[in-house]
Ligand binder design. Sequence first.
Ligand code: DGY
Length: 320
Amino acid sequence: MKCKVFLTSTVYSDTLSVLNSSHFEVHMRKDDEPVLTEEDLIRIAGEYDALVCNISNKITSKVITAATKLKFISNIAVGHDNIDLDAARKKNIIIATTPGTLHRSVAEYAIGLLLMASRKVSTHQYQQKTEGYPNWAPTYNTGLEISNKEIGIIGLGQIGKEIGRMLHFGFNSKIYYLKNKSVPKTDYKITPLDKNQFFSRMKFIIIACPLTEKTKNLIDDNELNSIQNDSVIVNIARGKIINQKALLKYKNKFRGIGLDVTDPDPLPLGHQILDDPNFFITPHIASATDEARGEMIKRALKNVYNYMHLEDSNDVNIIN
Ligand code: DGY
């Protein structure tokens, strides 16, 4: 019997050949079809052996508990906070992700956002295109250089390390990180700081850690209060790592706030921070390059092939 696989979004056609038709029956949803609801996902979990999904699909405990057929979920992402892992563990449903595919793209984007927030690129562009730019004036709307600065990274996993590497070798930045239990290995100098030192000393902060119970609201009133005036903060991880309400309270302390991720993610049109000139917001697209997305999709489909057809879990990034 063929393995039935449901893809919640359209993938590049050349990547689909991994799931060849003699072993797999594939249903691929078109991106212009209506958004999948929880009810849709419950139905799919009863009809398909494997699901290839992404961060916009909420695989809730209801979906997992109702699954009568589903054995394998391959998330086209490194993060997996869209999936209820406890429910999957109880149901023996395997979850796999795609590490090693997007760190370069996300790191480039993080630095892009850091520059955007430090130099207000989109503000200048908006003014130029809409209001017309006032005369060049030496002190008008200046930003901050990032070269030779101390930069603090929260989360030195594959993405955080790549951000640090690009900043160290490209901008001669001095890289600091928020100390935790693990000691990361890098080919450039990194310096750990405890929480108090980190937030009171770092004027450039980039968040690159996963969202967990421990990192939820990691940046809240206390941390925002100790951050220096005129700092720049960038988040390319998950929106809930910063308490967004608190951030709104302290927003004027910042020279720029660059968020590729928000709470909710993405923000609905009309949300108050979209119009706020302190915020530079993009809709969770740091990994959106042809290169990264191609690799993410290939890895996600290979996870399905290896686990469901070869029955080999060695080359499958299982996380539960
Ligand atoms: C991930 O892989 O978790 C990213 O946030 C998706 O771009």
